[in-house]
Design a protein around this ligand. Structure first.
Ligand SMILES: [Zn+2]
Ligand SMILES: [Zn+2]
Ligand SMILES: [Zn+2]
Ligand SMILES: [Zn+2]
Length: 220
């Protein structure tokens, strides 16, 4: 599959950003008014496909549990699997760990589902002050959805085959070719979604309400 660098959109102002340039841009949105809160800027990456990445900010007073919940909503939750954060390879970091105690420059590993695991890299890349808004994780930048093409007709793909995914180069199908493939094979199909868990277990992305919408920017 030909790869181009996937950009993302700033959820504060709408600007298109690269993964490498995002942090510098985000710092321009630092808030200096009253009722502010200190946050860590967190970069989330899928190590096996660099097209999937997020920037978030999380208040110092929040915990890793808030980050876990957010990652489940936007990218991961299929059937309530277990998850954990790690420092180094296997040293688990508890969910009640406060964000304030994780310093800039720290990198954690995260795993969702210990069977068909989706692994993420969590980098604490900086500190920013934002307008106070409870203890919530705020999405700052999300990769634009990569475009996949139907293996049969080349139209934009809507589904992928979970059984062919490890055997053929392109397991993606448009809606009508997916029906044909299903009728021929009875293979299990899943929707194309903007997540590194696409095609895994029963993931369909139904909790993901974070699609970029230029009408719903934070600074509007
Ligand atoms: Zn912006
Ligand atoms: Zn599952
Ligand atoms: Zn097709
Ligand atoms: Zn198949």
């Amino acid at each position: 599959m030909a790869k181009t660098t996937i950009k993302g959109n700033c959820y504060v102002c709408g600007k298109e950003l690269t993964k490498a340039g995002a942090k510098r841009h985000l710092l321009t949105h630092e808030y200096s008014g009253e009722k502010s809160q200190n946050c860590r800027i967190v970069k989330v990456e899928f190590p096996y496909d660099k097209d999937y990445w997020l920037y978030l900010d999380i208040p110092f007073t929040s915990t890793l549990r808030s980050l876990d919940s957010f990652l489940r909503e936007i990218w991961l939750e299929c059937c309530g699997h277990m998850s954990a954060f790690y420092v180094g390879v296997y040293e688990e970091v508890g969910m009640s760990r406060k964000i304030a105690t994780i310093s800039d420059g720290s990198v954690l590993r995260y795993a969702y589902d210990f069977g068909s695991t989706t692994e993420l890299i969590i980098s604490f890349v900086g500190t920013i002050t934002r307008k106070y808004q409870k203890n919530a994780v705020r999405l700052l930048v999300r990769n634009e959805a990569p475009l996949y093409h139907c293996a049969v007709c080349g139209k934009p793909a809507k589904e992928l085959c979970c059984e062919c995914i490890y055997e053929i180069d392109n397991p993606f199908y448009c809606e009508s070719c997916a029906n044909v493939h299903y009728n021929e094979t009875e293979h299990h199909m899943l929707p194309v979604v903007n997540s590194p868990r696409m095609g895994v277990c029963g993931y369909e992305g139904e909790m993901d309400v974070y699609e970029f919408d230029p009408e719903k920017l934070y600074d509007k």
